[in-house]
Design a protein around this ligand. Structure first.
Ligand code: MN
Length: 201
């Protein structure tokens, strides 16, 4: 059965950019609920319980219809949040280094332009969902997904992801999603993103 991973930092580690109460509810309630409901959906599906979450999400079409939507929403929620937490850290921010920095320059011109394009995609995504940086067809690409859909459902491992559900920011930022996005850049863990890029290649 799947388990809620611990946060790799304290609840208040991302203050003042992301507040402790938001982190407590986001991780301890929202992510925990995705894990619980995913396990409930898989309870009677013994053959699926031994698979990794990536394997399950990559073959949604082959799942029994009665659990497919539950697994898509809650399995996607579990995968996306497990991916998201380590992408932030205390005293994060700045810019990536090494291969990822070079790839961003190649794809978007420079880091500042990448940041603008990613922020726009995240801000303009209608309703709940995620903004992503992925490596596909040999290049870096910015995209968004609705709800808890994930690039991993297309077999693509993401490099960077940003949760733009209201539960990720509403307590501190209310309706001002762009303010949350601007603040988030200050906590990005670029070492983790560089590792994700190395794995994606
Ligand atoms: Mn979330």
């Amino acid at each position: 059965m799947f388990e809620l991973p611990n946060l790799p930092y304290e609840l208040n580690a991302l203050e003042p950019f992301i507040d402790a109460q938001t982190m407590e509810i986001h991780h301890g309630k929202h992510h925990a609920a995705y894990v619980k409901k995913l396990n409930e959906a898989l309870e009677a599906k013994k053959d699926l319980q031994s698979k990794s979450i990536e394997e399950i999400l990559q073959s949604l079409d082959s799942l029994p219809e009665e659990v497919r939507t539950k697994v898509r929403n809650n399995g996607g929620g579990h995968y996306n949040h497990s991916f998201f937490w380590p992408l932030m850290k205390q005293n994060g921010g700045g810019e990536p280094a090494g291969d990822l920095a070079q790839a961003i320059n190649d794809a978007f011109g420079n880091f500042a332009d990448f940041k603008i394009k990613f922020s726009e995609a995240a801000a303009n995504h209608f309703g709940s969902g995620w903004a992503w940086l992925t490596f596909e067809d040999g290049k870096l690409t910015i995209s968004t997904t609705p709800n808890q859909d994930s690039p991993v459902m297309r077999g693509i491992k993401p490099i960077l992801g940003l949760d733009v559900w209201e539960h990720a920011y509403y307590l501190k930022y209310q309706n001002k999603r762009p303010d949350y996005i601007n603040a988030w850049w200050n906590v990005v863990n670029w070492e983790q993103a560089e590792e994700n890029y190395a794995n994606a290649k």
